[in-house]
Write a protein that binds this ligand. Structure first.
Ligand code: AMP
Ligand code: ZN
Length: 475
């Protein structure tokens, strides 16, 4: 059982809500089951460190919610998008000659495994459920919400229509379409830049279901439209999967929905339109949260920009700064900027995070009986603002045990030694420098290790009289 604590005892959680453009006190619909949905990865390729940002940000929120409401009282759903045209393209490229469905499965399974390993290395907890889109396309044996069923509801309620092999959402059928992104329907209709799409009623109408040709993955779906059956072998549009999977696990209305800033429009706007119109509800999620971009020289890190570093490259190879970086360094580097602000990613930032971790590790002491104090909770409960948290982490009146517990709260384990420091290799090199009487360089290695929280101790082998160096982690 988790540590069940009632929110009323703890600090008030405040979250910035993109929908209202204001910071609000968080009040869950049901404190026994706080429900959060975050849009997950499209599994066609390695995730880059920009993609890691929402994963880390919402992991911190998940941990905080678990702390405030009890581990058993928070449900976090993060989907796996395993149907997408980018996946098809990758399957054709990487597995030529193989049947498409097998090739697609090979791509998605391999990519998903990599994703789970990557985010695990960044210290992220597994969400409560990680549903795959392809399991929610057609009606299910367990009766959970599926995409085809939602689309049928939208047709039945007059929010969707069929046109040239597609089922489209009619944005003019929803009076307050565009509230999240602050777009008005008139603007979209007037927008001369929107290419005229003759098969759409409004330029902003979006696809719910699209026809697949023989070379594309497809499901045979029969929709009832105006009393007749319309069968389209097709695949779902991008937005409908999240409407289905969130309803399947969290219900028609839930507490928090999150993702990166780029998802506000069209993805989240259209999720809201679909869910509210299909269920006939005024609200899909009470709080909409969006993280800012991780940037490189002022530009969003993105596959299409070619300016990306994958999580795997950063952790496992020496492509960035000529060395490997531990997952917790990237995690801390991410938390050093407020989640709604842009991050300019740099080597300097990683080095700063690493030095900070080392400093904390030197001081922190694990004591399972010491719980994180309310001042740390209160600090980050203000819309995950870490500035006061960082101040407290360096404050002299923060005990070594409290420091450890406060780091643990946000998924940083201060007991772990940086496994990427190969101490033995450094010691060997230093001994050989001493042999060459290169004191300056030998001292530099000793000081650098000290900066990482590792202290070298020189001694003599009692039998041979040779110099031996041992090391220990400073506390
Ligand atoms: P995608 O695979 O592009 O759908 O992105 C997966 C998640 O990562 C979404 O929540 C995006 O908003 C987020 N994301 C993508 N690029 C960045 C970036 N450079 N910085 C922060 N978040 C990003
Ligand atoms: Zn989504």
């Amino acid at each position: 059982m988790g540590d069940f604590r009632r929110m009323v005892e703890g600090p008030t959680l405040k979250l910035y809500n993109t929908m209202t453009r204001a910071k609000e006190s968080f009040a869950p619909i049901d404190a026994d089951n706080v429900r959060m949905y975050v849009c997950g990865p499209t599994v066609y390729d390695f995730a880059h460190i920009g993609n890691a940002r929402p994963v880390i940000v919402f992991d911190v929120l998940f941990r905080l919610l678990r702390h405030l409401y009890g581990e058993e009282h928070v449900t976090y759903v993060r989907n796996i998008t395993d149907v997408d045209d980018k996946i098809n393209a990758r399957a054709l490229r990487d597995y030529p000659g193989q049947p498409l469905n097998e090739a697609i499965r090979a791509v998605t399974e391999k990519t998903e495994k990599q994703f789970q390993a990557d985010v695990g290395a960044l210290g992220c907890l597994e969400p409560t459920v990680q549903p795959r889109a392809t399991d929610f396309v057609m009606p299910r044996a367990d009766g959970k919400t599926d995409m085809k069923g939602l689309i049928q509801s939208l047709i039945d309620r007059g929010h969707a229509y069929v046109s040239t092999g597609e089922v489209l959402f009619d944005i003019s059928s929803m009076a307050d379409y565009g509230r999240l992104s602050n777009r008005r329907l008139e603007d979209q209709q007037a927008g001369a830049r929107v290419a005229v799409d003759t098969h759409k009623k409004n330029p902003g109408d979006f696809v719910l279901w699209k026809q697949s040709d023989e070379s594309e993955p497809g499901w045979d779906a029969t929709f009832q439209v105006d009393g007749r059956d319309v069968t389209i072998r097709g695949r779902p549009g991008w937005h409908i999967e999240c409407s289905a999977m969130s309803a399947a696990y969290l219900g028609e209305t839930f507490d928090i929905h999150g993702g990166g800033l780029d998802l506000i429009f069209p993805h989240h706007e259209n999720e809201i339109a679909q869910s509210r119109c299909a269920h006939g509800t005024p609200v899909m999620a009470n709080v909409w949260m969006h993280n800012g971009f991780l940037q490189v020289e002022g530009r969003k890190m993105a596959k299409s920009e070619g300016n990306f570093v994958t999580i795997n490259e950063l952790l496992e190879t020496e492509t960035f700064g000529g060395r490997k970086w531990p997952g917790e360094v990237l995690r801390l580097a991410m938390l050093m900027t407020h989640y709604r602000e842009p991050i300019d990613f740099s080597l300097k930032r990683l080095e700063e995070a690493e030095a900070l971790l080392a400093r904390w590790r030197r001081r922190a002491k694990r004591d399972a009986s010491v719980r994180v104090s309310d001042r740390f909770l209160g600090a980050i409960a203000d819309d995950l603002d870490f500035s006061e948290y960082f101040r407290l982490m360096s404050a002299s009146d923060t005990s070594a045990e409290e420091l450890f517990a406060a780091a643990e709260l946000v998924g940083l384990d201060l007991s772990q030694l940086d496994t990427n420091i190969d101490v033995a290799a450094h010691i060997e090199r230093r001994l050989s420098l001493i042999g060459q009487k290169n004191w300056a360089e030998a001292d530099r290695i000793r000081d650098a290790l000290l900066e990482q929280g590792i202290q070298l101790k020189d001694g003599k082998d009692p039998e041979t009289g040779e110099r031996v160096t041992t090391w220990e982690v400073m506390r």
